[in-house]
Ligand binder design. Structure first.
Ligand code: UD1
Ligand code: MG
Length: 458
């Protein structure tokens, strides 16, 4: 759902993503940027947005011991910032990988997962526009400017300085234009600016934001590009993570509808960043898409379904109340009904699995009919085994198919059977004790018992 917006004549681009912060306020054992939004880590979203600009390189700055962040962003390079001395120091940590780069350098924070390629492109365009600014800063006007850095503009609308909240005077704090945290630099001037940044401020940190004042003092221009505050909202707490998730879901719902899907009640449908829906898909209320779901055309997903790592082919009907787990491969025109769970199984065209069933580690042939309450017994406590059901087979209700087992094409399994041996094509198999019938017995029983009860003293 991302698109590429990059100017054809642009200079080469390098991206530095800052992610060394521990995210103390998340109160988590997981580095902050690995927390997920719509099924993908925050830093994964930022890498994806940056990648859409086709940079020559992406370098992620991590803290000591953050091997899991490095694994998440691989094959992009990571550098370790040994001590967190501030955002300018974090960019310095990337110096060995970026020094001498002649193009533009975009610095992005790893905890702003909603930023779009379009906004990043506007920053790069401004960097290359007239005046040749040394620094372009992304600005925003949040409802509550809180503790954000304030953008101090000159009379010409250019940027003169960024003042951190703790260091700002009262008139500066009254400024509503805030630093969203994203900055684009001319790579040829970047490290000279950083070399001049000190740490004589309220936090005793090396602020990347001071690059603006340093550039102005050296006679370079600096510019602001504005974005909506919603797009660049940062995540510092679980509550902010939830707020960002809500915003992301809003985007994904809009994109699904724009792409030709009907959502009966959009607010109740939850997508992953990578959910793919065909045309004329209908999604009922309270449906959750985990990662890795691909839905074909004209599929109807009725209310209360959960899907994760599955493919559903054209014309299938899913739910209500179906659970499709990883590896479910649902063929065209298949019906999966209520309280049916499918895992690691291929269901071929036109087959029906309509009620109260578990199909796991199995294949179900075309037009097979799986009766209510069928269970593939795929696990013996040690190993998983497969169940193969041929095309056109009919599995009677409440059958247990004990894997490994094969039911041939067109075979019928009598209801209530426990099937442990293979069944040939077109055979009938029944596994249950012989039914006995005693004519008139019930009527006699009732007469006898009623007489006994009447004779009993009260
Ligand atoms: C920063 C900006 C502020 C802006 C705000 C927007 C500075 C000095 N201030 O403040 O103007 O309004 O973001 O959200 O830049 N990081 C490192 N190493 C460090 C310090 C930070 O990698 O030594 C990373 C953090 O992981 C985070 C990002 O840099 O991803 C920003 O750091 P943070 O401490 O959140 O800066 P703010 O105080 O929010
Ligand atoms: Mg922050």
């Amino acid at each position: 759902m991302t698109s590429t917006h990059h100017t054809q004549t642009r200079r080469p681009l390098a991206c530095i993503i800052l992610a060394a912060g521990k995210g103390t306020r998340m109160k988590s054992d997981l580095p902050k940027v690995l927390h997920k939004v719509a099924g993908r880590s925050m830093v994964g979203h930022v890498v994806a947005a940056a990648s859409a600009l086709e940079p020559e390189r992406i370098t992620v700055v991590v803290g000591p011991g953050m091997e899991d962040v490095a694994a998440e962003v691989a094959p992009h390079a990571t550098v370790v910032q040994e001590r967190q001395l501030g955002t300018a120091d974090a960019v310095m940590a990337a110096r060995p990988l970026v020094e001498g780069f002649e193009g533009d350098v975009l610095v992005v924070y790893g905890d702003t997962p909603l930023v779009t390629p379009a906004t990043l492109s506007r920053m790069i365009e401004a960097r290359n526009a007239s005046g040749d600014p040394a620094v372009v800063v992304l600005g925003m006007r949040p409802d509550d400017p809180g503790a954000y850095g304030r953008l101090i503009q000159g009379a010409d609308g250019g940027l003169d300085a960024i003042v951190e909240y703790l260091d700002a005077t009262e008139p500066q704090r009254a400024v509503t234009l805030c630093n969203a945290g994203l900055m684009a630099f001319d790579g040829r001037r970047l490290f000279a600016l950083l070399d001049a940044i000190g740490n004589d401020n309220a936090k005793g940190e090396f602020y990347l934001t001071d690059a603006v004042a340093v550039a102005r003092a050296a006679g370079h221009a600096c510019r602001v590009v504005e974005a909506s505050a919603e797009e660049v909202v940062g995540v510092n707490s679980r509550a902010e993570l939830a707020a960002v998730e809500r915003l992301m879901q809003g985007r994904l719902r809009s994109a699904a509808m724009a792409g030709g899907a009907t959502l009966a009640d959009p607010e109740t449908v939850y997508f992953s960043h990578d959910t793919r829906l065909g045309r004329d898909v209908t999604v009922g209320q309270n449906v959750v898409f985990g990662p890795g779901v691909e839905i074909g055309d004209r599929v109807e997903i009725r209310p209360f379904c959960h899907l994760e790592e599955v493919r559903v082919a054209d014309g299938a009907l899913i739910g209500p109340y179906a659970r499709l787990r990883p590896g479910a491969d649902i063929g065209p025109d298949v019906h999966i009904g209520n309280f049916v769970e499918v895992k690691n199984a291929r269901i071929d065209k036109g087959a029906k699995v309509n009620h109260l069933t578990y199909i796991g580690d199995a294949s179900v042939g075309a037009k097979a009919n799986i009766g209510a309450g069928t269970i593939t017994c795929n696990y013996d406590g040690f190993f998983k085994s497969r169940t193969e059901i041929g095309a056109g087979a009919f599995i009677g209700s409440n059958s247990a198919l004990v894997a490994p087992v094969t039911i041939g094409a067109g075979a019928i399994v009598g209801a209530g059977s426990v099937i442990t041996r293979d069944v040939p094509a077109d055979a009938l198999t029944v596994e249950r004790s012989k039914q006995s019938v005693h004519e008139g017995w019930a009527a006699g029983f009732r007469t006898r018992r009623a007489a006994e009860k009447a004779a009993k003293p009260k």
